[in-house]
Design a binder for this molecule. Structure first.
Ligand code: GEK
Length: 248
C-alpha cells in the first residue's frame, strides 16, 4: 500500500487577531503552504500538472526554464518530471528564505534528471536568458502594479523565439454582477474546504494591500505592450485564470 504524504493543516488565521499585519511568506506560512494554497486557490490542483504538459511541449534542448515565485517548488517539480529534452535547466526563484529552504529539500528528494537551481532572490532582480519557458504561477499579483510591465518586458527579452510565458493569477472583473458572482463562488470554495468565516475575513484583510489582482484585459494589454502577439486564456476557475503568451 502506498503511504499518502501528510500535509500540515493551515490554521494561520484560525484565531481572532486584533493586530492583523500584512500577509508575509514566513516560516509559519511555508510550513502549511501546500494545504493553504490548495484550499484557497480554486484550480491550483489542475494548473500544476498542466505546467508539466506545457514543459513537455515547449521546453527546448539546451535552454533555461524559469519558475518565478516558486514557493516550495510544485511547478518546478511538475515541469521537471515531464521534461525529456537534453540540457534543460530550471531556475526556480523566490524571495522567501523559508520557501526556498524547503524547496531545495523537495528538489533533492526528486530524482528526475533535469538540473534545477533554486535562488532566494527578488524576481525583479533576476536576469532571464535563453529561456524557452517562463512560469509565474500566482505571483505576478504580489508584484507592485507599477513594476509589472517592466518584469514582463525582461521576460519577453529573455525568451527565445517560440518561447512561452505562463501566468496564473487571481483576476478581477469590470462587470459588477460577474465580479460578485465569481467572488461569492471563491468564498464558497474556501468554506467548502473547511475555512471559517473568521479565517476568510482575517486573511482577506491581511492580503488587501499586497495581493492586487488585474483584469484579463489588463493582462492582455500589458502582454501586447511588451511585444507578445499570441496571447490565450488556457484556464479559468472562478476568479483565477491561466494566461499563456508566445514570443513569435
Ligand atoms: C506554486 N508558484 O506553488 N520575488 C520573488 N518571490 C516573490 C516575490 C518577489 N518579488 N513576491 C512574492 N514572491 C507557486 C505559488 S505563491 C502564491 C506562488 C500564493 C513569492 C512568495 O514568497 C511566495 O512564495 C510566492 O511568490 C507566491 O505554484 O501564495 O498565492
Amino acid at each position: 500500500m502506498t503511504k499518502k504524504k501528510q500535509t500540515n493543516r493551515d490554521r494561520v488565521y484560525a484565531e481572532q487577531n486584533d493586530m492583523l499585519v500584512d500577509f508575509v511568506f514566513d516560516e509559519k506560512v511555508a510550513h502549511v503552504f501546500p494545504d493553504m494554497i490548495r484550499r484557497s486557490v480554486p484550480g491550483y490542483d489542475v494548473v500544476i500538472p498542466m505546467l508539466g504538459l506545457f514543459a513537455e511541449r515547449y521546453a527546448k534542448t539546451n535552454t533555461n526554464i524559469y519558475d518565478l515565485g516558486c514557493s516550495l517548488g510544485a511547478a518546478t517539480l511538475s515541469m521537471r518530471r515531464r521534461i525529456t529534452q537534453d540540457g534543460c535547466r530550471i531556475i526556480a526563484v523566490d524571495n522567501s528564505e523559508s520557501m526556498t529552504e524547503q524547496c531545495r529539500v523537495h528538489i533533492e528528494n526528486d530524482e528526475s534528471p533535469t538540473q534545477v537551481e533554486v535562488m532566494c532572490e527578488d524576481i525583479l532582480n533576476v536576469s532571464i536568458k535563453n529561456a524557452s519557458m517562463v512560469v509565474i504561477n500566482f505571483t505576478l499579483q504580489f508584484i507592485k502594479p507599477g513594476l509589472r510591465e517592466k518584469l514582463l518586458q525582461t521576460i519577453y527579452t529573455g525568451l527565445i523565439q517560440g518561447g512561452i510565458l505562463l501566468i496564473a493569477d487571481k483576476i478581477v472583473f469590470e462587470d459588477k454582477n460577474e465580479s460578485d458572482f465569481q467572488t461569492d463562488m471563491h468564498t464558497q470554495f474556501k468554506r467548502a474546504n473547511g475555512y471559517s468565516e473568521l479565517e476568510i475575513a482575517q486573511k482577506r484583510t491581511a492580503l488587501e494591500n499586497i495581493l492586487i489582482p488585474d483584469s484579463i484585459k489588463q493582462h492582455q494589454q500589458r502582454l501586447s505592450a511588451v511585444g507578445f502577439r499570441n496571447i490565450n486564456i488556457w484556464f479559468q476557475c472562478f476568479n483565477f485564470a491561466g494566461i499563456c503568451a508566445i514570443k513569435s
